[in-house]
Design a protein. Structure first.
Length: 164
């Protein structure tokens, strides 16, 4: 029988990482751009920087960037988590600036904001009792639920009989 290998001996055996310390500055350079540019005397929005496009530029997948940015991976990829968060903030700034300036289709800007930033629609629903009084909670023991179910069934039967 072959002796079992110690897991510690296998730690450095996988595919080597593509991460390089210079990626930290490359992320900032890629995302830190003007939101607009002047083209033929008209203000237009610059190409929106995406993590997908940056990942492609350094020959990795977007999932790899997300993995490098996890706080628990700070020792393996020093500083990347911070520049990743900064890139997301720069993305949001460009989106908001160009959205407010009317340079992006509003529906698409809302869609992008909800899906790649921390922006969300929030709605609140307040439930009250009669005339705004606090809602009362009744005891709904299994016996009470059965009584209510029976009353409901009887009422439905009565309504059906009245229709016929």
């Amino acid at each position: 029988m072959t002796a079992r290998k110690d897991p510690k001996d296998l730690l450095d055996k996988g595919r080597p990482t593509k991460w390089k310390p210079e990626f930290n500055q490359m992320v900032i350079n890629f995302f830190d751009r003007s939101a607009t540019q002047l083209h033929d005397n008209k203000i237009i929005g610059n190409t929106f920087p995406t993590l997908e496009r940056f990942a492609y530029s350094i020959d990795v997948n977007t999932d790899t960037l997300v993995e490098w940015a996890k706080p628990e991976n700070e020792t393996a990829y020093p500083g990347f988590s911070a520049v990743y968060r900064k890139a997301k903030a720069l993305q949001k700034d460009i989106l908001v600036s160009n959205g407010l300036a009317g340079l992006y289709n509003s529906n698409f800007a809302v869609f992008v904001a909800k899906n790649i930033t921390d922006m969300r629609d929030v709605s609140r629903t307040e439930v009250t009792g009669a005339e705004g009084a606090p809602l009362s909670v009744n005891d709904l023991s299994s016996g009470k639920i059965e009584v209510l179910r029976k009353e409901y069934e009887d009422k439905l039967k009565q309504e059906l009989m009245n229709k016929n």
